[in-house]
Design a protein around this ligand. Structure first.
Ligand code: ZN
Length: 345
């Protein structure tokens, strides 16, 4: 973003955040907000470090206090009952969600939410439960950390060979860019680079246990939290064939439902649901195992009746109040230009 534009953005969001949020909700016809996070930690998390910034415990707790002051928390069950017209939602409701099923959900997030009485839904990748496998994007973050620690001429030559490119500059920026540009389809390259670096991902999984275990998930369910699927192994949906989009979705929902004995089925798209077709939704809804699905395109309306858009409360790394003000502001602009509803073909 250009500096001038950024400053304009800052000034407008500051002004908008001074308007009571109940009025902003009315102005944008938004009675329910669905924020999402990935992780909350006071520590440096290597498998996430190079992917995005995240909030520490204090920042997260402040966000939750802000939400509780201005909105009413609802559970996924209330939300689904409202979808079936069985239950009206309270005014200015929020449904809190978290993606990727990190161990911090159990260790950090759930205890805070339990203390504050806030329900939440955690979206989990079926292939990563119990730390069976590492997500390709998390591998890329770990490898970036490893390479930065010991860049040598030999290492750069090895990387050039594996990535089949002329020459990588040995700057931290270039290395990070190269690692994070490795696509889902080429994810086997990450394992080759790991071998070059003597990085043992199974040891990393064993020692760090980045994801939730079945046992921890059972405990979260017992504490009243809800869970949903987030695909099998976090592929970029816009780049998949329709049949693979459907397989990743239905298999992960089936697996999460049957493993944990759920009487509901929900799904959140990994990365983005942009360019996902109407036909995809008719196929997954036709299977009869999904009650609702969630995207992450910001505060927008949807043309699919049981699909809902969410916005991130960790990006940018500023307090919830400002992020939500920005979301209202964007929605107002979209309403004014007739672009507030996502159209699907
Ligand atoms: Zn995700």
């Amino acid at each position: 973003m250009m500096i001038k534009e950024y400053l304009k953005h800052q000034i407008i969001s500051r002004t908008v955040s001074k308007i009571p949020f109940s009025i902003l909700g009315k102005m944008t016809q938004t009675n329910l907000i669905i924020p999402y996070y990935h992780i909350v930690s006071d520590n440096e998390v290597l498998h996430v470090k190079h992917l995005y910034e995240y909030k520490n415990i204090k920042q997260f707790t402040d966000d939750i206090d802000f939400l509780l002051k201005n909105y009413s928390p609802i559970s996924l069950r209330d939300f689904l009952a409202n979808l079936d017209n069985d239950l009206p939602l309270p005014k200015n409701a929020f449904l809190l969600t978290f993606d990727d099923g990190f161990r911090e959900v159990h260790d950090v997030i759930a205890p805070i939410l339990l203390e504050k009485g806030v329900p939440a839904t955690f979206f989990i990748n079926s292939a990563f439960v119990d730390n069976q496998e590492l997500c390709y994007q998390h591998k890329a973050s770990i490898l970036t950390v490893c390479i930065e620690k010991r860049v040598t001429g030999n290492l750069i030559n090895g990387l050039n060979r594996i990535l089949d490119i002329e020459s990588i500059k040995s700057t931290a920026e270039e290395i990070r860019y190269r690692m994070l540009s490795i696509t889902y389809r080429d994810r086997n390259l990450l394992d080759k680079i790991a071998r070059l670096l003597d990085m043992d991902f199974s040891r990393y999984l064993k020692e760090n246990r980045p994801y939730l275990t079945s046992h921890q998930i059972q405990k979260l369910l017992k504490d009243g939290f809800t869970i949903g699927a987030h695909s099998i192994d976090h592929p970029p949906y816009p780049l998949l064939h329709l049949s693979e989009q459907v397989r990743q979705t239905l298999e992960s929902v089936r697996s999460i439902k049957s493993t944990f004995g759920l009487d509901y089925g929900v799904f959140a798209f990994p990365n983005t649901d942009q360019h996902v077709s109407k036909l995809f939704f008719s196929k997954i809804n036709g299977a009869g195992i999904i009650d609702a699905s969630f995207g992450n395109r910001g505060m927008m309306s949807e043309s699919i009746s049981n699909h809902f858009q969410r916005f991130s409360l960790e990006k940018p790394l500023i307090p919830a109040q400002r992020i939500i003000a920005i979301q209202y502001m964007r929605k107002m602009m979209r309403v004014m230009t007739g672009n507030s509803k996502i159209k699907r073909t």
